[in-house]
Design a protein around this ligand. Structure first.
Ligand SMILES: *Cc1c(COP(=O)(O)O)cnc(C)c1O
Length: 407
């Protein structure tokens, strides 16, 4: 048997998987069929409450909607956060349906003119990724007779240590190299645009509180230095996010209380004219989601036992190890109706005709049977929309947002 990550504590209780007060078969019944993503909004709400309590009062919390843009989930999260961060014109439209433009920011390289136009017309903030983009945004604002809201995304000269995806400290398609930022701020302010401040995002999926604390302190310091050099007080400094969740064996959750305490100190003497924010995606929604897929076939080959399920990497690519991981490791997996049975080594494979479609590699599960429901945890972020849904022509997964408050 190979190790797998920890089942999130709120799903780990007892022999039968319970989601928002009901077993998995209940939710399959509600949705109509497998495969199914279930998102437990009660769990999202509990996490956000804990995050608020841990973070300094003056810190805004934004949701990065690319982690999970399901419209119903987004509508439920919107009132619980201070802002939404989007990374395409499509996400901008979804965000505008649930939040005012004044608290929406739009990052991402390669924004087309029609996307810049949509953001400027709506009044959303553009997190500029290059000087060229800045000039196009200024020209569009001029043509429309509107004052664009522009923040400068900084490519910092450090990265987030221990993060799964490094976004700083090197050449990058994201942001503008720190040394050139003050000049660009001068150009934006000089052109009469509404300069909104800085966006500095140093990495993703970090579990070490010490690394996050160090990065946040460095980020605040960079923002101050650049503001001094530009001779302007930034209205907003978005410190990025990067809080990870425990996907794999040995992973521990981020100590957000330690992060919050350190950030309170870091911000204690910050300019009162600057609002600070963090933007989180996976930390908010990742652990609230379960992907449920039914065993279609069980077979044995050369001593390896396979449970073949009706889902696969076309719905939940990340669990197959093909979305941003170097080494394939097992996500937490269980049989929904028999969470605690005597384990044996089982490989859970999807129904796609490719050897990549392996959702669990020799994980410890009770003897699987045709008809069993397999639960793959940590499916709330970068699941449905981050998977190649059209590959091989299988039907899409269903998605269900459930809320303890409503059951
Ligand atoms: C993807 C992204 C996020 C969210 O990252 P998570 O790891 O899901 O928290 C936040 N900000 C920006 C700019 C991003 O591109």
């Amino acid at each position: 048997m190979k190790p797998m990550g920890p089942i999130p504590p709120h799903f780990a209780d007892g022999d039968t998987l319970t989601i928002a007060g009901h077993d998995a078969e209940h939710w399959i019944g509600v949705a109509g069929d497998t495969p199914l993503f279930v998102y437990d909004m009660g769990e999202v709400r509990a996490r956000l409450a804990r995050l608020r309590a841990a973070m300094p009062d003056r810190l805004d919390i934004h949701y990065a909607i690319k982690a999970n843009p399901h419209p119903q989930l987004l509508a439920a999260i919107a009132p619980l956060v201070d802002g939404l961060d989007v990374a395409s014109g499509g996400e901008l439209a979804r965000a505008l349906a649930v939040k005012p433009a004044s608290v929406i920011s739009f990052a991402g390289p390669g924004k087309r003119d029609d996307e810049l136009t949509a953001a400027i017309e709506a009044g959303a903030t553009l997190n500029l990724e290059s000087e060229g983009e800045a000039r196009r945004a200024l020209a569009i604002g001029e043509r429309l007779g509107l004052r664009p809201r522009l923040a400068v995304r900084v490519n910092p000269d450090f990265d987030l240590k221990g993060s799964g995806m490094k976004m700083g400290g090197r050449s990058s398609p994201f942001g503008i190299d720190a040394a050139r930022v003050p000049a660009l701020v001068g150009e934006i302010v000089g052109a009469g645009a509404d300069w909104r401040g800085f966006h500095i995002y140093a990495g993703s999926q970090a579990l070490s509180a010490a690394a996050i604390i160090e990065t946040q302190a460095a980020t605040v310091a960079v923002a101050r230095r650049l503001a001094d050099e530009a001779g302007a007080v930034p209205p907003l400094v978005n410190l990025g996010g990067g809080f990870g969740i425990p996907y794999f064996a040995g992973d521990e959750p981020v100590d957000i209380e330690a992060v919050g305490a350190a950030l309170s100190e870091t911000l204690a003497d910050a300019d009162p004219g600057t609002q600070y924010a963090i933007e989180l995606g996976r930390w908010i929604v990742g652990e609230c989601g379960v992907y449920l897929t039914r065993v279609v076939d069980v077979k044995e080959s050369q001593g390896e036992r396979f449970a073949i399920v009706d889902g696969g990497l076309h719905h939940q690519l990340a669990a197959s190890g093909n979305f941003g991981t170097v080494v394939r490791r097992n996500y937490p997996v269980a049989i929904a109706g028999r969470m605690t049975g005597e384990p044996m080594a089982v490989s859970v494979v999807g129904s796609l005709c490719t050897p990549l479609d392996r959702l669990g590699d020799r994980v410890g599960l009770p003897d699987p049977r045709v008809g069993d429901l397999i639960a793959i945890f940590l499916a709330g972020a970068y699941g449905f929309t981050a998977s190649p849904g059209l590959f091989l022509g299988h039907p899409p997964a269903r998605e269900l947002v459930v809320d303890t408050a409503q059951v």
